[in-house]
Structures are given as C-alpha cells and as structure tokens.
Design a protein around this ligand. Structure first.
Ligand code: NAD
Ligand code: MG
Length: 297
C-alpha cells in the first residue's frame, strides 16, 4: 500500500475538487467527513525521530493536530491530546492509534478559552506523561462571514481567545516545565500573509501567531527552547466544512492552489516532526509553509 514515502505525482496523491457540500455544526467531526481526511492512520511511517519524547497537542482529535499526534507517536513519543468534549468520538480514535504504537496516550478534554483550564491542562499533561518537551499548538477557530457588519463581538472574542489568548496562556504555563531541548510549534496559516475578505477576524489572529512565535523564539532561545511555526494552506479538515469556508466554496476547496487540490492533514505531519525533533536544533523563530504552492512570504 502507498505511504508517504512512495514516489508518485503529488498533484494526484490525494482527492481533488469537487467535494460534496457537507455542513456540520462547529467544531465538526472528521469521522463524518466525505472523503475522510488522511491523518496518516495508514500512510504515516515512523523512523524513530522522537525517542521517548513527551508531547502535548492541542486540537489533537482531528485535522492537523490529529496528524501531528499520530506522527509523534509513530516516531516514539508519548502524547497527550486536548480537544472539546463534543469531539470525544474523534479523540477516542486518536487515543487508540497512539496506544497501538505502544505509547502512552492521555486525553485531556476542555475549552482552552479558559486560562485556568489552560493551566490545568499543561500541569496534567506534564504529570501524566512524566515530563513535557514538545508543545504542538494546533487548536484553532475559523468562521467565515462575508461582511464586517455581520461579525458579532462574540465571534470576534471567541476567535481571538482560541487562536491567540490560549496560545499565550499555554506557553506561559508550559515554559517553566520544559527542559532544554524542548520545542514549541505554533500553527499559523497562509491567511497570516494573504488574508481572505471573509476571514476578517481569523486572518489577523494568524498574523498575531506569526509575530508571537518570532518574539517568543528570540525570548527563550538562550534557555535552550526552540519556537517555530507551521503555516498551512487549504487543508481538508472539519474546521473548513463546519463554517471555516462558506458552504458554497466547499466543492472547489483547494482548487486555487498551484497544485489544484486541497492538502491533507498528514502532509503537515513531517513539518511538526522535524520542528519537534532535535534534528532541527539550529532552527528557531522560523515559519514553515505547506500550501500546495501558494506563496506565504
Ligand atoms: P480541526 O477542526 O480538525 O481542528 C481544530 C481543533 O481546534 C478542533 O479539533 C478542536 O479540538 C480545537 N478547538 C477549537 N476550539 C477550541 C476550544 N475552544 N477549546 C479547545 N479546543 C478547541 O481543523 P484544522 O484545520 O486541522 O485546524 C487546526 C489548525 O490549523 C487551526 O489552528 C487552523 O487555524 C489551522 N489551519 C487550518 C487550515 C485548513 O485549511 N484546514 C489552514 C491553515 C491553518
Ligand atoms: Mg476536531
């Protein structure tokens, strides 16, 4: 069976538009998507790149976070995942996949819009994993709205709380617990530099994540902690079909890229693994894109 190392045409490696319209309520479940996203369940092969590492992945139930969680476990790490309680069906699949690798799998459901929950989540992950040296911050909220007049203050607050405030709270709680060699990986987007008109609240949060990553990287470099960012292009995940895009755009999702297709979550995994691993010991404050050819710069 083909895996991520099989030589093939990348433009045809994964499903291409058209996709079926398939609305779900936020946050959505990967389980119910057609086609099912590829998070690496059968395609990701590990090579011992994260031996006995201890990772916390937010948004680890589905999409890009799930792909990172599976890859980390296949590379030899114990993994804790955070997600919203309504995502338990997706989360349980990830827990089972991590355990199948013989690694410790810790489920920490809860809402990261709460500072006190963020503190508890980090403390629990550290205690139950027996350490914490990889922090993959993938959770995010995206809700497309055509006109500024229709963006409610509630939506504005929620987008900033999930995408920016939580990042700050989680890093603040985790840094004192992380050993030298620890790695923090944030998740921005092509939207940070090429904002869509319908993502007036979301796009600036992704620009904030870029700036936060670069500033924190320089602040803690001397402490032996690296901080880097992954910036995906359009990726086939629950976030997009549950309101991240207007439903009318779902059939052509990803067709605007030079590769003319959407990315799959597993195509982000190698970047999270590289940035988590000691292999990238001289890399900090960087942004790695995976966009099907769209320019991040
Ligand atoms: P996803 O829906 O699979 O993942 C997002 C996750 O965020 C959810 O699974 C959920 O667990 C978590 N989350 C949302 N609100 C939360 C809250 N209040 N408390 C705790 N957890 C919460 O979708 P995805 O596309 O894999 O998204 C992951 C990240 O990738 C996000 O930061 C998103 O902005 C970013 N991103 C996605 C794309 C894309 O096209 N899919 C492109 C660029 C960047
Ligand atoms: Mg999810």
């Amino acid at each position: 069976m083909a895996n991520i190392y099989t030589l093939q045409d990348p433009t045809k490696q994964y499903p291409t538009p058209k996709f079926k319209k398939q609305p779900q309520t936020v946050p959505g479940l990967a389980k119910k998507m057609t086609p099912r996203p590829d998070h690496g369940e059968t395609s990701y092969i590990g090579n011992g790149r994260l031996p006995n590492r201890k990772a916390l992945v937010t948004g680890g139930d589905s999409g890009i976070g799930r792909a990172a969680a599976i890859a980390f476990a296949r590379e030899g790490a114990d993994v804790a995942i955070n997600y919203l309680p309504s995502e338990e069906p997706d989360a349980q699949e990830v827990i089972a996949l991590i355990q199948k690798e013989g690694r410790k799998a810790i489920a920490i459901p809860g809402d990261i819009r709460s500072e006190s929950f963020c503190k508890k989540m980090v403390a629990q992950a550290h205690k139950r994993l027996g350490g914490l040296d990889i922090l993959a911050l993938v959770a995010g909220r995206q809700h497309a709205v055509e006109k500024i007049a229709d963006v409610t203050t509630n939506q504005l607050e929620e987008t900033y709380e999930v995408n920016v405030f939580a990042l700050f709270w989680i890093c603040k709680a985790a840094l004192p617990l992380m050993p030298k060699g620890g790695s923090i990986i944030t998740t921005a987007s092509i939207q940070a530099t090429h904002p869509s008109p319908s993502l007036l609240d979301y796009a600036p949060t992704k620009a904030a994540i870029l700036a936060f990553t670069r500033a924190l990287a320089r602040q803690v470099a001397g402490d032996g902690i690296r901080v880097n960012c992954v910036a995906p292009g359009p990726v086939w995940t629950p976030l997009q079909i549950s309101g991240g895009q207007p439903q009318k755009k779902i059939p052509e999702f990803g067709s605007e890229t030079p590769m003319r297709r959407a990315g799959q979550p597993v195509e982000m995994s190698p970047l999270y693994v590289l940035l988590a691993s000691q292999e990238s010991s001289y890399v900090t404050g960087e942004v790695y894109g995976a966009t099907g050819g769209l320019e991040i710069g």
